[in-house]
Structures are given as structure tokens and as C-alpha cells.
Design a protein around this ligand. Structure first.
Ligand code: AHM
Ligand code: MG
Length: 333
């Protein structure tokens, strides 16, 4: 079966981009190796540092971040990198053509309890006249992404990736190679499964409250069918399930902090996952517009996310239509 390089070459992907993606996947293999040993490595503790968003960094967050940063900045094609764990973008090669954005260890609150975590990445072109050290170079809508993907460190380590030609899934085999497992991931349009952190219910907008209430009412309510709920609290794992068997995943807008429309980050989580979902036939929205069409204003910007099975996302969008007519309802969203 083809490995990552074979597959990318078969897709006639730009050779420099192939090397870049191989570099990311090599780092993911190394991260998988460290995770596999769990507490035996002594790297599962919490560092004293907090990242730019005020969250405590796990040691492995820092290790994974440094690994990706060093490997990518060593490539002549990389003009700069931006990471969830770095305050500011870091300039790379002055003649580089690509910008790489990543969440080195998504779901890191799950590491200590041996639940799946992952690495998310996104590649953008360097706009003409910009440098990889400028935040403004990175502020491009998700549609501009040349590639995106994630590694999921679960019972199997998998890699799901797109270069705009569908979504391929690879599995890390016993020879340390990511081997093609699915040539085209496809999200079923209909579903009976949803994924949301229910503990935040009281903070959601009224439209989301109503939509979820209808799902919970099951075959007794307007939807006329029962829904099941799954919440892993690692976006990579929840999105992987959606890409594999359908469903919707949402981390919606809530009213806890007016300057943050949601918890997830547009550049490291929202955009790369939305490209994968669209490439697999699903939809990805803020509930008011397509995530990939957002013009970013800040590198660490947050975004409301709802993604997955096309028909179910359409029902969710329908539930939000009336709010579009009411500027008051849309305040801060
Ligand atoms: P992280 O990048 O700091 O790990 O945060 C992102 C994670 C997502 O993986 C997950 O969907 C969400 O945060 C869970 O948040 P919460 O525990 O608040 O529900
Ligand atoms: Mg994350």
C-alpha cells in the first residue's frame, strides 16, 4: 500500500510541499513514540509556564511544539511558522514560500488520563511582499490553505490529510510508516450522533439551546428520531469520529467571554478541520457563515465551530436563521 510520499506524488503535489508534509508527519511519528510510553517518560507533568492564552502548558505540549518548530524552520521552503503555543509567528527562510500553522498537541488535558490527543496542521502560501515573521502574512481565509491535516494518537496512530483532492487516511504501521488505509474519507450526509460539551449549556445562545433540546427530545420531539451523544474533549478525536462515521461536532458561541466567540482557535483548529470536513463532503460553519470564508484579524483568534454531516448542519443553520434578522441577537457573535 502507498505511504504518504507515494500518495502525494501520485496527486502531483508540489515537490517542496511534499517534503514539508513529510517533515510534519515524521514529527508526528516521533510524538506518537513519546506518547506511547506514557508516564514512563517522565514528561507528563505540568510546566510552570502558561501559554499566550493563559493556559497551563503540559511538558509534552512544549516538546511537540519545539520538535515541529525546529524541523519546519530547517526547511528552505518554510517562510515562517505560527503555533498555538507561541505568542507570535516565527520567521523562517527569507526565500521560503510556505507558512505552517499548528496545534502541536490538541486535547492536551487528556494526556495524563491516557485518552486520545493529536497534532493539527495547516499550510498557507506566503503572500507576495510579506515576511514569515509578520502576523499579517498569516491572516488569510481558510480557503487559501494548500494543505491541512491531523495526526490522532489513539489505539492506532492515524494521519488524515488533504491537499484539496479529497481526504486520505493513513495508519502508522509497525515499520514506522504511515500507510494508506482510506483513499477517500466521506462523511455520511445524515446522522443521529452529536458532540458538544453539555456542561456549557447555560452559556449558549438561545438558538443552540433550542436545537440541542430538539435532539434530546428524540423521537418524542419535532425531529422524530433518537440521537446519541459522544464527547471526547479532544477535537482531533471528535472530528475523526465525524470524518469516519458521520455526526456533528460543535464548540458553539457562548456568552462567557465577550471577546471570544468560542473556545477553539480559527487558525490552528477551525480552518484546518473545516477544510478536511468540506473535502470529505461535510459542512463547517460558525452557525452564521462558512468558517473557511472568515477573514482572520488575529493569529490567535477564537471561533464558534459546528461541523460534520451535511444535512444535520443544514438543520442547525436553519435553527439560526431567525437570529440573522435581529442585530441584538447577533451582538458579539
Ligand atoms: P487545547 O488545544 O488546549 O487542547 O484545547 C482544545 C480542546 C479541544 O480539543 C476540545 O474540543 C476542547 O478544547 C475541549 O474543551 P473543554 O474541555 O472546555 O470542553
Ligand atoms: Mg487545540
Amino acid at each position: 500500500m502507498p505511504n504518504v510520499t507515494d500518495q502525494l506524488k501520485q496527486q502531483a503535489v508540489d515537490p517542496e510541499l511534499v517534503v514539508l508534509l513529510e517533515t510534519i508527519t515524521n514529527c508526528c511519528q516521533e510524538i506518537a513514540g513519546k506518547l506511547r510510553l506514557g508516564a514512563l517518560t517522565g514528561i507528563l507533568g505540568v510546566t510552570e509556564d502558561t501559554n499566550v492564552q493563559g493556559e497551563t502548558q503540559k511538558e509534552l505540549d512544549v516538546i511537540a511544539n519545539d520538535m515541529l518548530k525546529e524541523a519546519l524552520l530547517g526547511l528552505s521552503s518554510v517562510a515562517g511558522i505560527a503555533s498555538e503555543e507561541e505568542d507570535l509567528p516565527v520567521a523562517g527562510n527569507a526565500n521560503g514560500r510556505f507558512l505552517v500553522l499548528f496545534d502541536p498537541l490538541d486535547g492536551s488535558s487528556n494526556i495524563d488520563v491516557n485518552v486520545s490527543v493529536g497534532t493539527i496542521f495547516s499550510v498557507l502560501p506566503l503572500p507576495a511582499g510579506k515576511s514569515g515573521g509578520d502576523e499579517s502574512a498569516y491572516l488569510q481565509p481558510g480557503r487559501a490553505q494548500l494543505a491541512s491535516g491531523y495526526a490522532l494518537y489513539g489505539p492506532a496512530t492515524t494521519l488524515s490529510m488533504t491537499t484539496g483532492q479529497g481526504v486520505q487516511q493513513f495508519v502508522l504501521d509497525n515499520n514506522g510508516q504511515f500507510t494508506l488505509a482510506y483513499e477517500q474519507m466521506s462523511i455520511p450526509a445524515d446522522t443521529k450522533e452529536f458532540s458538544i460539551n453539555m456542561s456549557n449549556q447555560r452559556f449558549w445562545a438561545p438558538e443552540m439551546q433550542e436545537y440541542i433540546a430538539d435532539l434530546l427530545a428524540g423521537d418524542q420531539g419535532v425531529r422524530g428520531k433518537n440521537f446519541n451523544m459522544r464527547w471526547i474533549a479532544s477535537m482531533v478525536a471528535d472530528v475523526h469520529r465525524v470524518l469516519t462515521r458521520g455526526g456533528i461536532f460543535t464548540y458553539p458561541w457562548d456568552d462567557r467571554s465577550p471577546d471570544k466567540p468560542g473556545k477553539l482557535r480559527l487558525m490552528y483548529e477551525g480552518n484546518p478541520m473545516s477544510l478536511l470536513v468540506e473535502q470529505a463532503g461535510g459542512l463547517a460553519t460558525t452557525c452564521f457563515g462558512n468558517i473557511l470564508d472568515i477573514q482572520p484579524s488575529k493569529i490567535h483568534q477564537r471561533v464558534a465551530v459546528a461541523l460534520g454531516s451535511k444535512h444535520e448542519i443544514e438543520v442547525l443553520l436553519d435553527a439560526h436563521k431567525s437570529a440573522l434578522d435581529s442585530p441584538a441577537a447577533l451582538l458579539n457573535r
